[in-house]
Each structure stands twice: as C-alpha cells, then as structure tokens.
Design a protein around this ligand. Structure first.
Ligand SMILES: NC(=O)c1ccc[n+]([C@@H]2O[C@H](COP(=O)([O-])OP(=O)(O)OC[C@H]3O[C@@H](n4cnc5c(N)ncnc54)[C@H](OP(=O)(O)O)[C@@H]3O)[C@@H](O)[C@H]2O)c1
Length: 197
C-alpha cells in the first residue's frame, strides 16, 4: 500500500518520506517511487503534517502505542482492514472500529480512516475500468479531512467525506465485503468500490 499510495501521491507532485523499521526497505521504495521521495527509520522524528500508516491493523496499534508522541498534532491516516483472517470477522467489537481504537491511543492526533477500500495494485495503476478510484474518508477533524481531500484529489483520485470517525466501521465492513468477493471476481485484486458516475 505504501507503494500504491506513494505512486499516486508522486503523480500529484507531492513530496514523500517513507518510514520503515528497516531503513534499507524504506530507501529502496523511496528510490523506486522517485526523486522527491526520502526515507527514514520508523521511530524517527516526523516533520510532515500528514502521516499515512501503511501497516497491518495490529502493527498500527503497536506503533501508535509505542511512539504516540511522534504523531502529536498530526493528521494520521489509518488505512487498515482490521480482519481476523481465520474467522474473517472484524477484530474491533461491534460499536467501535479499528480507526476509533487507534484514535483512543493517540488522542492528540487527528485520526482519519481512508484508503482501506482501494486495493494496492489499483492504486499503482491509478484507475479501474478507465475510471478514477474513489477514496472514502471518515474523521472528526474537518480541517484534517480537507487536507487529505486535497492530497487525494491532486493525485488523480476522487475523495468522499463520509462523516465522523464513528462512520469508519462502515468502511471497515465495506473493505471486508470487497475482500470477500475476490474469489468470485477471479482473485485479480484489481477491482474497485466505486460510486458511478
Ligand atoms: N494490500 C491491499 O490491497 C490493501 C488495500 C486496502 C487496505 N490495506 C491495508 O493496508 C495495510 C498495509 O497492507 P499492505 O498490503 O501494504 O501490507 P504489506 O505489504 O505486508 O506491508 C506491511 C508493512 O507493515 C510493516 N510492518 C508489519 N508489521 C510491523 C510492525 N509490527 N512494526 C512495524 N512495521 C510493521 C511491514 O514492514 P516490513 O516490510 O519491515 O516487514 C511493511 O512495511 C494493512 O492494514 C491492510 O489491511 C491493504
């Protein structure tokens, strides 16, 4: 997903920094994505205003719990599909969502849910069936949603603000549904959840 989202953001002329616990991996992806992309180690000070956590759900919880101070005041984007792949159920209990559980751990950050319904390969390609990808955003901070919307739309994608962070469970269920349909769709993982037209 870092490669997919990174590809789109670079196409929109955004400067990126790739953070990874393995600095070499970060450097390799940064090099692949282009000249405006730098690399740093996960845990290093973050200078950027917007942080996209391209991590598995449980790792996202771990990282924000351990290094919460790094995310203070930042727009923090949770892209995870918090699925238990054995039961195929969502890990967060009904009445909450992965995004809300993450937000509880970093109350001084502006947590948004986005990108969990866009598959990595489709982000790299930038379209499905000749159409722009839709990115749905949930969050409580209006300025943060505006900032992310501008980033998304300047990167050749379409953004929809679907409401407050408590709406994130809708996106997590939608992500689960989209993943569950892949068998029927030929396991290409190149499909999209899209509002037409
Ligand atoms: N793939 C998709 O199409 C897709 C679509 C929508 C949403 N998502 C969501 O996007 C997130 C990332 O998915 P992905 O497909 O990009 O996964 P991925 O290719 O497996 O990448 C996961 C990244 O997380 C890092 N990581 C894993 N555990 C970690 C830990 N405990 N501490 C620090 N870093 C850790 C990995 O670092 P190392 O390389 O060092 O192991 C790797 O950089 C997931 O939450 C997924 O549900 C994926």
């Amino acid at each position: 997903m870092a490669n997919g989202i990174g590809t789109r953001l670079v196409s929109g002329n955004h400067n990126l920094v790739i953070y990874d616990r393995d600095l070499q991996k970060a450097a390799t992806l940064a090099k692949k994505l282009g000249a405006v992309v730098k690399s740093k180690s996960l845990g290093d000070e973050i200078d950027e205003e917007v942080v996209i956590l391209a991590l598995p759900y449980n790792a996202t919880l771990e990282v924000v719990e351990k290094d919460g101070n790094l995310f203070k005041g930042k727009v923090v984007v949770d892209i995870s599909n918090p699925l238990d792949f054995e039961t195929f159920k969502l890990i967060p209990k009904p009445g909450t969502s992965g995004a809300q559980e993450i937000a509880k751990l970093i109350p001084d950050s502006k947590v948004l849910k986005a990108f969990n319904t866009t598959f990595a390969g489709t982000l790299v390609k930038g379209e499905v069936d000749g159409k722009k990808l839709d990115v749905f955003i949930a969050g409580d901070n209006e300025d943060a949603k505006k900032t992310l919307t501008e980033i998304i739309e300047s990167s050749g994608l379409r953004a929809f603000d679907i409401g407050p962070l408590e709406s994130a469970y809708v996106l997590e269920e939608l992500g689960r549904l989209h993943i569950s349909l892949q068998n029927k769709l030929g396991n290409t993982w190149m499909t999209a959840v899209k509002i037409l037209p």
